[in-house]
Design a protein around this ligand. Sequence first.
Ligand code: ATP
Ligand code: MG
Length: 414
Amino acid sequence: MSKLQPVRGTHDLLPEDARRHRHIVDTGLRVSQRYGFGEIETPIFEFTDVFKRTLGEASDVVSKEMYTFTDRGGEELTLRPEGTASVCRALITGGLTQNLPAKFYYQGPMFRYERPQKGRMRQFHQIGIELLGAAEPQADIEVIACGADILDAIGVLSRTTLELNTLGDTDSRKAYRAALVEYFGDHRDALSEDSRRRLELNPLRILDSKDEGDRRLVEHAPSFDDYLNDYSRDFFAAVTAGLDALGVGYHRNTRLVRGLDYYCHTTFEFVTDALGAQGTVMAGGRYDGLVETMGGPAIPGVGWAAGIERLALLVEGVADPARPVAIVPVGAGSEIEALKLAHRLRRAGHAVEHGYSGNVGKRLKRASKVGARVALILGEDELARGAVQLRDLDAGTQDEAALDRIEESLARFR
Ligand code: ATP
Ligand code: MG
């Protein structure tokens, strides 16, 4: 056997972490359902082409982060690095393109071969929504508002800023692209190696570079605003007007581009300065060409994905689970009654902890340790009279209670 430790960049969700994740996932589902999104779950691996063709060969994800392997049957497969491409694939192969708009919420693990650090893992988790089949700015507004609502419901919205930009339509992007190629071409020697490669493949992505030298050049690069045509400008104005009307605050960031190739028009990120370098907690935008790129009909889309680990670092005070009732049998003769009572109370909806072993003192100690609110102490003599001792573990008081009416006695502790 090799080293007994988790694979680099992976981590276990121990119960405390799992509770935070569950809280985020459940809140995401609950809030997105109010907006009409329904849950979808796609496999964690797909044919490599699903990602390669859509995310763009020059994207960081495809060029260096994918977990790609050949299976025993010779198929080229990839562990999904993100959710949008899979959801669009499911829309097409599941025959859902006849019933639009289609609205999906998803959650689950994603895989990217990255350099592990705080908030950056090789197996991480996302929640996300996709709204397919609506080309109107109202869709962008709702998708962003839903994201903000979810962040609010988990208590982190006030610690984030919404950065908003537009990448315009294809024509606008073509014009801007030409301007960028000219500008960065003039400074070719000062660009990082990565960005020199991007200059040919996708110059917009230079705006997203994390390289110091690139960033200095980006500061003086032409602005997208000067290249937006009327349609793109109006579209973006409608989005911002909608956000204003809903009271969703944002900050215009003209340098914001997304890492993947399929985005157009609205792009946005909810960022925080509470997590150091990994400050983006939710990111998304419009991707009108994606479904067509995959070989489906021309179906517009808009959505976002949020990193659960990053959100979990921001979330404070997830509500504790319900406090259990502890069952404490005294003497071997009470064990069966204890099992039966625990069973009965669990079926009535109570969380019940059974001490399993030890004397009364030891079992009461364990009851406190697991956070029990009350303990039911089952002595043989009392049981013979149909009674148990009910101990209020917070108050330290104790009363006798009738065994057949124990649910009523417990009602005041719920
Ligand atoms: P970054 O710029 O941080 O690499 P990205 O542009 O690659 O992010 P997206 O593909 O937009 O990220 O994914 C959406 C969200 O998923 C991110 O904003 C982040 O919260 C989360 N995320 C992405 N990659 C990772 C990772 N390796 N570990 C943890 N969370 C991640
Ligand atoms: Mg990345």
